[in-house]
Ligand binder design. Structure first.
Ligand code: SF4
Ligand code: FES
Length: 267
């Protein structure tokens, strides 16, 4: 049986102050992903190894790790692509390590709700009867952003987040745009302060590594650049128009009866 060496980062905080590398020999099978190799280690060689996974099909987003220096979903990364090996498996970069290959993503989980990643209903409009219908063109506007599985590969690849953890980060911004660009949403004004802050879109230097790393075809770098344009346009408008364009600023009577006018304009 052909085998391949997995060099796996180990960190057991109760015993060690620094991570160490441990090497295991696992079967090299055509249909085995790196995650299968880790599961082989866990089941047959060393039950103390800790890592996260769930779906094994690129849906849950929990199996992200650094494979030979690159952020990858280990369930979708095949061992044969790295033959003859060795394959180095480390935790995702830019996150604190809890144990072995498990990282702490509380920073992202804290930031995510600040961009209201849900459809915000209009306060004035009566609830629509029946379905909220959309045209295929309206769906196209946001669909790619809705593919995000919160796997954190983009944060691990982002050098700006690596240097400054206050940066809102690629997935949170892409998810904000997922809703800003949805024709059913009325919440763009709720997201503008967080997105337009210094730690929001303006921190991004457009390295583009987030988009390269994303396993789901989301383009966070594009979302960020698009929102920069929106924010800059709205900023100029607010300077030129004495009543401003933000929903939290006073408006002339009758100037804008539709609470969603601002959000429509930023699409
Ligand atoms: S944008 Fe892509 S890489 Fe980032 S969390 Fe979402 S799915 Fe993962
Ligand atoms: S195990 Fe769910 S995405 Fe890999």
């Amino acid at each position: 049986m052909r085998t391949i060496a997995l060099r796996v980062a180990r960190y057991r905080p109760e015993d060690e102050t620094e991570p160490t590398m441990q090497e295991y020999e696992v079967p090299l099978r055509e249909d085995w992903a790196v995650l299968d190799g880790l599961n082989h280690i866990k089941d047959h060689l060393d039950g103390t190894l800790s890592y996260r996974w769930s779906c094994r099909m690129g849906i849950c987003g929990s199996c992200g790790m650094t494979v030979n220096g690159e952020p990858k979903l280990t369930c979708g990364t095949f061992l044969t692509d790295y033959a003859p090996g060795p394959v180095t498996v480390e935790p995702l970069r830019n996150f604190p390590v809890v144990r072995d290959l498990v990282v702490d993503i509380s920073d992202f989980m804290g930031k995510l709700p600040t961009v209201s990643p849900w459809i915000v209903d209009s306060e004035d409009a009566a609830p629509a009867e029946g379905e909220h219908l959309q045209t295929p063109e309206e769906l196209d506007e946001y669909q790619q952003y809705s593919m995000c599985i919160n796997c954190m590969l983009c944060y691990s690849a982002c050098p700006v987040y690596g240097l400054d953890q206050d940066f809102l980060g690629p997935a949170a911004i892409a998810l904000a745009q997922r809703y800003n660009l949805d024709s059913r949403d009325h919440g763009a004004h709720q997201r503008v302060d967080v997105l337009s802050a210094a730690d929001g879109v303006w921190s991004c230097t457009f390295v583009g590594e987030c988009t390269t790393a994303c396993p789901k075809g989301v383009d966070p770098a594009g979302a960020i650049q698009r929102y920069k344009l929106t924010a800059a346009t709205e900023s100029v408008k607010s300077l030129l128009m004495p009543w401003g364009r933000r929903s939290d600023l006073p408006r002339p009577s009758g100037a804008d009866q539709d609470n969603n006018a601002w959000s429509r304009e930023v699409r």
